[in-house]
Design a protein around this ligand. Structure first.
Ligand code: HEC
Length: 112
């Protein structure tokens, strides 16, 4: 029996891509943390490791623990233009917005 090597490689790569796609999005929290450190930490306190930020700006932990904060409220806020706010427009991609939202929500204190 002869298996076409090109087809075998194609089949393997397709399968590998499908498996990668199906992974739970746990690295999006890490990606979101990196985006937050890079783009948001000038103003927001984005995590416990950060020593300084602007005290007039809500910390990401405070945002995460507001009862009105959800993944979709964060996405809506980050997609909307902020012409009436002191928060700049950061022009994040959809993936970046999802990652940052996942990161912010990961800071939510467990309710008990
Ligand atoms: C130049 C300073 C600055 C930067 C940079 C900045 N923010 Fe903000 N952000 C603010 C301010 C100020 C507010 C408070 C809202 C207001 O005053 O209108 C705010 C509010 C928010 C809120 C809403 C908080 C609430 O009360 O619901 C979210 C969410 C948020 N920022 C996320 C981010 C994310 C994510 C980034 C990085 C991608 C970022 N911000 C970068 C200044 C900034």
């Amino acid at each position: 029996m002869k298996v076409h090597i090109g087809f075998a490689i194609f089949a393997f790569l397709t399968l590998a891509a499908a498996v990668a796609e199906a992974q739970p999005k746990s690295n999006s929290i890490e990606a979101g943390h990196q985006i937050a450190t890079r783009w948001c930490s000038h103003c927001h306190l984005v995590g416990p490791e950060q020593m300084r930020a602007t005290d007039a700006v809500p910390t990401f932990a405070a945002i995460a623990n507001k009862p009105t904060t959800t993944a979709s409220s964060l996405r809506a806020f980050l997609q909307a233009p902020h012409w009436a706010s002191r928060m700049p427009d950061l022009h994040l991609s959809r993936t970046e917005i999802n990652d940052v939202a996942a990161y912010i929500l990961s800071l939510r204190k467990p309710s008990h």
